[in-house]
Design a binder for this molecule. Structure first.
Ligand code: TXA
Ligand code: MG
Length: 366
């Protein structure tokens, strides 16, 4: 009888990475050495481990293995032209990943590592091409989270890891978010609780003549300027058609399923515009959600909307933003309204993520 089965290599090409997902709770202050050793072995064996960092959860694989790294792209359904961040355990390990390291790197590492800052440097030839999407530069970060550090230590290799969400979904800040996106497509999830910062690392290109921030994140531009007054800021916001030109900067990134509308301008005028928009959407039969700061809920009290409070300070809002988007998605709203935060401090990263979730459509009012 004719075999209808798909040849093995064909199947591998079309199927996402499959695994029996094992989620384990790990104390972030005192990770169980046996659990960490097992997770490290999964990395060595070419598998995928989702782990907490101080920013968001990462989806890790052996950065020196092209086959292991390929699983990340399959599991996340991430386009192969979007490069990954390589995570290291010590500053000395930088030399195993990058070459021609400029002297400013050490200065910034002294100030911000371990932490939420990613350097773009010239890559070592040993780093497989799929990690860097064929580029001659590599993104490197030394995370502050103990579970991340122990995982890299036990694996004995640098770990390539993008955020541990399905491509273009909001980044995960809890193990539950990882499970919701990747159950059956990741071997181990190390559940270390909620991540502290909540938005991804700041990415700074150190290969350009003037060091340039490509993505605002957990380390603020103001803090960077204290150590590097000349730093340039050129966030890359582009549409789907341009993605080949500048990977990872896609506007439809960090998106919930709902349409996101962001309002910018004088506070009272913004609330008025948001109420008007909500009322119009409700009239059209849409379910409306609002990402509101703690003191803003009263502004929308008379409307039939779902409000998710995301705190008041930019730190609190960063920690709550992605979880808030996911919560509103889970309650099946069609539209999410939010007020644009101040573009200073951590607010710059918040603004960037909201703007991307809104696919660039910011409503200027007042
Ligand atoms: O906080 C974070 O950065 C988290 C944790 C897990 O470390 N990682 C993360 O990775 O958010 P993610 O999913 O944003 O992907 C890495 C991004 C790419 O989308 C791209 O924008 C940038 O890093 N990137 C990586 N390599 C690059 C390169 N060689 N040149 C320019 N940008 C690069
Ligand atoms: Mg990501």
């Amino acid at each position: 009888m004719e075999c209808l089965c798909v040849p093995k290599n064909e199947k591998a090409k079309n199927m996402p990475y499959q695994a029996e997902t094992y989620s384990v709770t790990v104390d972030p202050q005192n990770p169980d050495p046996q659990v960490m050793a097992l997770a490290g072995q999964v990395i060595v064996d070419g598998g995928l481990v989702a782990f907490p960092t101080e920013t968001v959860y990462g989806l890790g694989a052996n950065a020196l293995s092209e086959a292991a790294v390929a699983h990340i792209f399959e599991a996340k359904q991430r386009p192969s032209n979007d490069p990954l961040i390589v995570h290291i355990e010590t500053v000395a390990q930088l030399e195993t990943v990058a070459i021609e390291i400029p002297s400013i790197t050490q200065k910034l590492a002294d100030a911000f590592w371990p932490g939420a800052l990613t350097f773009i440097l010239k890559k070592r030839p040993e780093i497989p091409a799929n990690v860097t999407a064929g580029r001659d530069t590599v993104a490197v970060r030394l995370p502050a989270h103990l579970i991340a550090q122990r995982l890299i230590h036990k694996a004995g290799v640098p770990i390539a890891a993008p955020s541990s969400n399905l491509f273009s979904r909001p980044s995960p800040t809890t193990a539950y978010h990882v499970l919701a996106d990747l159950d059956g497509h990741v071997d181990v999830i190390l559940d270390g609780g909620s991540t502290q910062i909540g938005v991804e690392s700041t990415i700074i290109d150190l290969t350009s003549e003037i060091p340039t921030v490509l993505r605002p994140g957990g380390v603020t531009l103001e803090a960077l300027r204290e150590h590097l007054p000349t730093v340039a800021f050129r966030p890359q916001h582009i549409t789907e058609d341009d993605i080949a030109a500048a990977p990872g900067t896609l506007l439809k990134h960090y998106s919930p399923h709902a349409t996101v509308k962001v309002f910018k301008g004088e506070e009272k005028a913004v609330y008025e515009a948001m109420r008007h928009e909500a009322a119009t959407d409700i009239k059209q039969g849409k379910q409306v959600g609002i990402l509101a700061q703690d003191n803003e809920a009263l502004e929308f009290a008379k409307l039939d909307v779902q409000i998710v409070l995301i705190g008041k300070t930019s730190q609190a809002m960063a920690a709550a933003l992605f979880a808030g988007m996911r919560a509103l998605d889970n309650s099946k709203v069609d539209v999410i309204l939010a007020r644009a935060p101040q573009e200073t401090g951590l607010g710059l990263a918040l603004y960037d993520r909201l703007m991307r979730a809104a696919e660039g459509h910011i409503m200027e009012v007042g």
